[in-house]
Design a protein around this ligand. Structure first.
Ligand code: BF8
Ligand code: SF4
Length: 646
């Protein structure tokens, strides 16, 4: 336990519900990520600067100035190698997710995964057309099988580049080709990065970073895009819906089952199982009012978008959900699942259940997910949660009251229909709004939450500042949950925080000023929206011409690094809060924040003060508007500047 006082803990999160549970946890001697972050201070400066190398066992080494590693590796080489290894890991995570979805689609098509079906015929047919699959006279399952096989080949095909690159504007495709960064098979790009970065291979930081871009593009335009598209086929394409977020969605009288992780294949089945009358009857028999599902992390975003299941919170709230004492079971699959969970769960009656052969904990119950008998596995998990209800200690239960309404479920396709109306479905109204100066631009504020910051404040401050300046914000992952909790994902938020131009659009179309586009793999939807904006015309010829930007104010994961790099390599100005671990090499830092722009049209920036970062983004949008010779903005920014966070 850290020795911090309760008042210091109040500044750990901008969210009152999280602060309340944090205090409760501290009083019970339960350690959280914030305590462990504190215990790690001061953090290793070599690690922060990216100059620590552990690649071979002549090391570990550190390099700086004239000091090189034992093998002679310079700071440039070590920093670049470490960074692209982060990209390899991030790309691997998103892509492995995509592969599992493709495998399940194929199993469904062959009749081997009977609990799944084709939920979006439209999306399947669109993909078939794109992949060149003949559809005439074929039944949907046959088409799905062929689509799944082609998607699976994207991971390991011996030649050719990623098929979805063709979705990008022509100019973008040409740039990638000229630079030699068109990603080939996804697995190949990850393997090649690991090869290049092993001892004594690629020592040219520029060459390494180019390979890093290519692997990152294999994530954004490959693995993540495959995950998104095939999930839409198999689980349904999201449409806007209302739902609730924050810890208050847990219910005192109910069996609370929290689903946490990333891949929605199992969690979607758990939603199905929770509707089973026999299981509901069992819950009542055990004294509960019913079965209450809630999500955490990106799984939350997936089931919220498609099923309206409430989200108990983001990454930093996983321990807090258990610490309410009201969770019968937390079921996890892969990614962003804190290793601390068994310890927190051991303080309560909560059962932690792992489901992926790729992600286990010693001593924790494992119920393996198998797509061939998905509903059966899901029912077993729901039953476990119900049976654990009588073990709850009522005096340990303390659920914060806070919940917030959100509207979620915006896809590139849906925004298109919504903005254009049913009779004129097109991106024209969005482009026109930008051209006429009603909207300054569009910015994706995405990514993690981290105890490095006053949790959520980075997201909230940045987004408020952006919408105040007539910027339409699109979000995914934990960023969307953070802003959702603060009420920014309600249509009413337009009147409370947005500039007049954005407000007019939100009012006419009935959308919030901040659009929830799903989980982190769904950042691929944002790429597609950018392509649609270019295709619609009037805003330049390439993604890098658009007045758009990306930000991850509280990033922490390797996946965020892969996402940031594919955004930059797609031509998007990308601002991270804390700097990437590259400060140990001036060359690498300068390349990423300046020189790279000449090559790909996008670049990195680092700024931990979210309000200042928002100003940098607004300047960037203004520069892009000037270059396009767009009209001046119609209205001045709304209200007061957002205060600098504590
Ligand atoms: O993929 S935003 S903390 S949960 S890494 Fe993780 Fe970051 Fe959340 Fe989803 Ni994305
Ligand atoms: Fe040291 Fe070179 Fe080995 Fe890295 S690869 S640990 S710098 S000797």
């Amino acid at each position: 336990m850290s020795s911090e006082s309760a008042s210091e803990k109040k500044e750990r999160s901008a969210d009152p519900a999280s602060r309340k549970v944090l205090e409760q946890a501290a009083a019970r001697g339960i350690e959280t990520a914030w305590d462990r972050f504190q215990a790690q201070q001061p953090q290793c400066r070599f690690g922060m600067a990216g100059i620590c190398c552990r690649i071979c066992h002549m090391g570990p080494c550190r390099a700086r100035g004239n000091l090189t590693g034992v093998c002679g590796a310079t700071a440039e080489t070590i920093v670049a190698r470490n960074l692209v290894r982060m990209i390899a890991a991030g790309t691997a995570a998103h892509s492995d997710h995509g592969r599992d979805v493709a495998t399940t689609l194929l199993a469904m098509a062959k009749g081997e995964a009977k609990d799944y079906s084709i939920k979006s015929e439209k999306k399947l047919r669109a993909l078939a057309a794109e992949y060149g699959v003949q559809t005439q006279g074929k039944d949907s399952r046959k088409i799905a099988a062929e689509v799944a096989e082609i998607a699976l080949a994207e991971f390991s095909k011996p030649e050719g580049v990623q098929r979805f690159l063709k979705r990008a504007p022509k100019r973008r495709q040409e740039r990638w080709r000229e630079l030699g960064i068109e990603p080939r098979a996804i697995d190949r790009e990850v393997v090649e990065l690991m090869h290049r970065t092993t001892m004594g291979v690629d020592n040219d930081y520029h060459n390494l970073l180019k390979a890093g871009m290519r692997a990152a593009l294999a994530d954004g335009w490959g693995g993540s895009m495959i995950a998104t598209d095939l999930q839409d086929v198999l689980l349904g394409a999201p449409e806007p819906l209302r739902a609730k977020v924050n810890l208050g969605v847990l219910k005192e009288e109910w069996v609370n089952l929290v689903i946490h992780g990333h891949e929605p294949l199992l969690s979607d089945m758990i939603v199905e199982a929770s509707l089973d009358p026999e299981l509901i009857a069992l819950a009542k028999e055990k004294g509960a009012a019913g079965i209450n599902l809630a999500g955490i992390c990106c799984t939350a975003a997936e089931v919220l978008m498609r099923r309206g299941v409430p989200s108990a919170g983001h990454f930093l709230q996983q321990e807090l959900a258990i610490a309410t004492g009201a969770v019968e079971a937390m079921v996890v699959d892969v990614q962003c699942v804190m290793p601390s969970l068994p310890k927190v769960a051991s303080c309560f009656h909560t059962k932690l259940i792992t489901t992926s052969p790729k992600a286990k904990f010693p001593g924790v119950e494992h119920i393996e997910f198998d797509e061939h008998r998905a509903l059966e596995v899901a029912k077993r998990i729901v039953r476990k949660a119900i049976e654990n209800f009588p073990n709850r200690t009522p005096e340990m239960v303390d659920i914060p009251k806070e919940t917030m309404d959100v509207v979620a479920g915006f896809t590139a396709d849906y925004v298109y229909r919504l903005l254009g109306g049913r009779f004129r479905p097109s991106y024209r109204p969005l482009n026109n709004a930008i051209i006429e100066g009603r909207l300054r631009g569009v910015v994706g504020v995405v990514g993690c939450t981290s105890p490095r910051y006053v949790s959520d404040s980075g997201h909230i401050d940045m987004v408020k500042e952006l919408i105040r300046n007539d910027v339409l914000v699109v979000q995914t992952g934990c960023a969307a949950t953070a802003c959702g909790k603060a009420g920014l994902l309600r249509p009413e938020a337009a009147f409370e925080y947005a500039g007049k131009g954005l407000q007019e659009i939100c009012e006419a179309v009935g959308i919030p000023p901040v659009l929830h586009c799903g989980a982190c793999v769904d950042n691929s939807r944002i790429l597609i929206a950018c392509c649609e904006m270019v295709a619609e015309g009037g805003l330049g010829e390439d993604i890098s011409d658009l007045p758009v930007a990306a930000a991850a104010p509280e990033w922490m994961s390797e996946k965020a690094v892969a996402i940031g790099m594919y955004a930059v390599a797609s031509g998007i100005y990308t601002v991270f809060g804390h700097a990437l671990p590259v400060s140990g090499s001036d060359h690498v830092n300068q390349y990423l924040t300046e020189e790279i722009e000449k090559e790909v049209g996008g670049k990195w920036a680092f700024e931990p003060d979210a309000r200042r970062a928002a100003e940098m983004i607004i300047d960037h949008l203004n520069r892009k508007r000037e270059a396009l010779k767009l009209k001046p903005m119609m209205y001045p920014p709304a209200g007061e500047k957002v205060a600098v966070p504590v």
